[in-house]
Write a new protein. Structure first.
Length: 71
C-alpha cells in the first residue's frame, strides 16, 4: 500500500539538550560541532537549512509559545 505521507527527519543544532529534543521526537546536533555552510544549498539532496527556525517553529498563530515539560 502506498504511504501518502512524507517522512522527514528533523534535526536541531541547538542549545536545547539532546534528551529534551529526543523527548519530542527531534534529532539533535551540537551547534559548536557543525559548519552550517556544509549543509546550505543542498535542497536537491533533501537537506534544508532554515536559519533561526527555532524562533518561530512552535509559535502559534495567536503568538502563544507552548512549553515542553522538563520531565
Amino acid at each position: 500500500m502506498y504511504n501518502q505521507f512524507a517522512h522527514m527527519k528533523t534535526i536541531f543544532a541547538t542549545g536545547i539538550g539532546r534528551q529534551r529534543c529526543k523527548k519530542v521526537n527531534l534529532g539533535y546536533m551540537n551547534p559548536a560541532d557543525i559548519n552550517i555552510a556544509d549543509y546550505e544549498n543542498r535542497e536537491d539532496e533533501g537537506i534544508l537549512v532554515v536559519h533561526h527556525a527555532g524562533e518561530t517553529l512552535y509559535r502559534l498563530s495567536n503568538g502563544y509559545i507552548p512549553t515542553i515539560p522538563k520531565d
